[in-house]
Design a protein. Structure first.
Ligand code: ADP
Ligand code: 5GP
Length: 188
């Protein structure tokens, strides 16, 4: 019988480097897949339908909720975000490890349903660095940045609920640390 893959939940404030770290992990770990979430937020330049997100209207998203298609869903900054369960289960069954990159509210939901998953919070070295990265990315309006910073403060307070807190200071170190957690060298 095939061994099931491991479910890995990654959260952290906007701009901390989750996307950057996860891109590296996906490039370096052959048996790792990223769950593609559905969202009602508008696509950014770097977004590709079906690759970074499945972009949905509010009505479409609500009908997915009604159809119990999500492992979890949450409202972040006025937009819906959710993890479609089918692809996650298929990949886990076929022995692949699966990353969910979701906000803290969503992760708390998954903790109730999947205590077997590994929960990793990516933290910034300090708040000033976080702000610099968020502004430096240049994808958000000033208004959006303010909202994301407010959300970040609340998210940082919840980091103790995770199995691991990885500080993304030097990118290579953060990637290596998460790789050893996923590969089970550092099992909870
Ligand atoms: P998130 O997905 O958490 O919102 P991103 O991956 O988009 O964050 O990263 C935000 C910005 O910070 C990007 O411009 C990225 O290049 C930069 N960044 C990510 N990790 C590091 C790091 N360890 N050191 C310096 N800059 C980083
Ligand atoms: P962004 O708009 O920057 O892509 O994502 C905003 C926030 O939504 C991030 O904290 C990200 O982790 C979170 N997010 C992305 N997909 C999901 C999801 O499917 N569910 C939940 N709960 N949060 C998500």
């Amino acid at each position: 019988m095939k061994t099931k893959g491991r479910l890995v939940v990654i959260s952290g404030p906007s701009g901390v480097g989750k996307g950057t770290v996860i891109r590296r992990l996906l490039g370096e770990c052959e048996n790792l897949r990223l769950s593609v979430s559905a969202t009602t937020r508008a696509p950014r330049n770097e977004d590709t339908e079906g690759v970074t997100y499945f972009f949905k209207t509010v009505d479409e998203f609500r009908s997915m909720i009604d159809g119990s298609e999500f492992l979890e869903w949450a409202v972040y900054n006025g937009n819906y975000y959710g993890t479609p369960c089918a692809a996650v289960e298929e990949n886990l069954e076929s022995g692949l490890n699966v990353i969910l990159e979701i906000d803290v509210q969503g992760a708390l939901e998954v903790m109730k349903k999947r205590p077997d998953a590994v929960y990793i919070f990516i933290a910034p070295p300090d708040r000033e660095t976080l702000m610099k990265r968020l502004v430096g990315r240049g994808t958000e309006t000033e208004e959006q940045i303010k909202k994301r910073c407010a959300a970040a403060a609340a998210e940082l307070e919840q980091q103790d609920k995770y199995d691991y807190v990885v500080v993304n200071d030097v990118l290579d170190d953060a990637v290596e640390e998460i790789k050893s957690i996923i590969e089970g060298k550092n099992v909870k």
